[in-house]
Structures are given as C-alpha cells and as structure tokens.
Design a binder for this molecule. Structure first.
Ligand code: SAM
Length: 246
C-alpha cells in the first residue's frame, strides 16, 4: 500500500501550521493509502495510479517542479481520459497548455506518436497586466519556443501561440475526441466551448481543470448553464476538475 505525500496546499493562512495539522492527523491513522497535496487528503485508498508503471514513468520523466508533482492525481485523470479517448473519432485539444507538461505526459502514456491522431495545444505563453487571468512563473517570450521543442519529435502535435477563442479560427480540428480546458479565464473557456463543443464526438471526453475550485468559480457559473442548455451536467471530481462525457 503506497502513499503519496506533498505539502502543496493552496489558500492556507499559515502553511507550516496547516502541514503540522495534516501530520498530526496522519499520526492518528494506519499509514497506508495516504495522499496529501493539491488540497486533497486521503487515507485508506488504493491510489491505483501509483501502481501504473507506464503512468509513473511518464509522470516522473516530465515533471519539473513541486507544483507539478502535487497535481499527480489531476494528471492521472487526464491520462485516463486521453487513453479512453484514443478509441473515439477525432483529435485532441488543450486550451491552454502553459509549459506543455501534462500534454507531454499524455503523449507518452497513450503512445500518441504511434497514433494517427493530432494534438492541438494553444496558449498565449506571455502575460501582461491587462489580462483578466493571472500570470504563471514561466510566462515570457521564450516559452513558446520551449514548448515547441518539448514536442519536437512528435510531428502530429501542433503548438500555436494566440488568444483562445480567436486563435481556434486559425487552426483547430473538425472532430474532437478529447478536450482539456485549463484557461483560468471564464470568457475564454465559454468562447472555446461555443466553438468546439459541437465538434466533440459522441463518447468524447471534456475535462475542465478549474471547474471545482472556488477561486475560479466564475468558470463554473458560466459553464453550468452552457452544459444544462445542451442536456449535460458536469461531474465535479475531488481533484477540482470537471468531467463531461459527450
Ligand atoms: C494553469 S495554466 C495551464 C496549465 C496546463 N494546462 C498544464 O496542464 O500544465 C493556464 C494558461 O492559460 C493561458 N491562457 C489564459 N487565457 C488565455 C487565452 N484567452 N488564450 C490562450 N491562453 C490563455 C495562460 O497563458 C496560462 O498559461
């Protein structure tokens, strides 16, 4: 029985005291199946992804920071969804990819290079103070090239710099099997859904990274009516992601 412990929790008043509290709780339980990080604390769980050798190899090969290490459960959900979507007609999309870490792990996990699918990644890669979403540590003029290099040997991965949804008119697939939205930006996510939802194949999977997080509640508030109008309801996952199977 494995454990996966990180001290990455968001929104704490005093991180050290918070972690001490978690440690105190851990001391009261049998030390098996414990997961701490990314605002999740479990015990007595199988944590099956830790036994998935292919997933763990891809994950450990590509993560670079403690934050990326802490979101392993989210990345495993993406890998599950991507693997399921390999059987569905259509291509893969991520809006937005930032450093391309989760998409790179997905490519390894699904043997994407051996498939006939295409993977479309979008991001602004740079940030300015007039943008409504927050910046990320590696935003800057080098990031676009860095991300393109990350996928250099995968010719069916297309990295495009530009603002979603406008950039989707420039290049985007007609049929979609897997759609990952992670924009921290409600108008951009709704704009993407308005353009792309009808192109998602039956059985295709949509993951909304920010859906369950209070800090990004504007996205849930915009997306719930969007999906209700079309007869769908988003499943909020314990990781904070939202899941829709079309
Ligand atoms: C949390 S990061 C994405 C992380 C990435 N999905 C991953 O799994 O590592 C959010 C990204 O959304 C991008 N973004 C926000 N609004 C955007 C827009 N309108 N068009 C393109 N990218 C946007 C930001 O530049 C930022 O890099």
């Amino acid at each position: 029985m494995k454990n996966y412990l990180t001290t990455m929790f968001w929104g704490t008043k005093n991180k050290d005291e918070f972690v001490k509290g978690i440690q105190h709780s851990v001391n009261q339980i049998s030390p098996h199946g414990i997961f701490t990080g990314d605002n999740i604390f479990t015990y007595g769980r199988n944590l099956s992804f830790l036994d998935d050798e292919k997933f763990m190899t891809a994950f450990n090969k590509h993560i670079e920071t403690d934050v990326e290490a802490s979101v392993i459960w989210r990345i495993n959900i993406l890998c599950w969804a991507a693997r399921q979507s390999m059987r569905i007609e259509g291509d893969f999309i991520e809006c937005a990819c930032y450093k391309g870490i989760s998409a790179r792990i997905i490519c390894d996990y699904t043997d994407f290079g051996k498939s006939d699918k295409h993977y479309y990644l979008y991001d602004l890669f740079e940030h300015s103070s007039d943008m409504i979403h927050h910046s990320m540590p590696e935003h800057g003029e080098d990031l676009y090239t860095k991300v393109k290099n990350r996928f250099a040997e995968l010719e069916q991965v297309h990295v495009t710099q530009g603002a979603v949804p406008e950039v989707l008119h420039q290049i985007s697939p007609e049929k979609i099997a897997f759609l990952h939205l992670d924009l921290n930006n409600a108008p951009a996510e709704i704009g993407a859904l308005e353009l792309l939802f009808d192109r998602v194949s039956t059985g295709g999977i949509i993951i909304l990274d920010d859906y369950g997080w209070l800090a990004y509640r504007a996205q849930k508030e915009a997306e719930d009516p969007f999906f209700e109008e079309r007869g769908y309801r988003v499943l909020e996952l314990p990781t904070g992601q939202g899941l829709i199977i079309k």
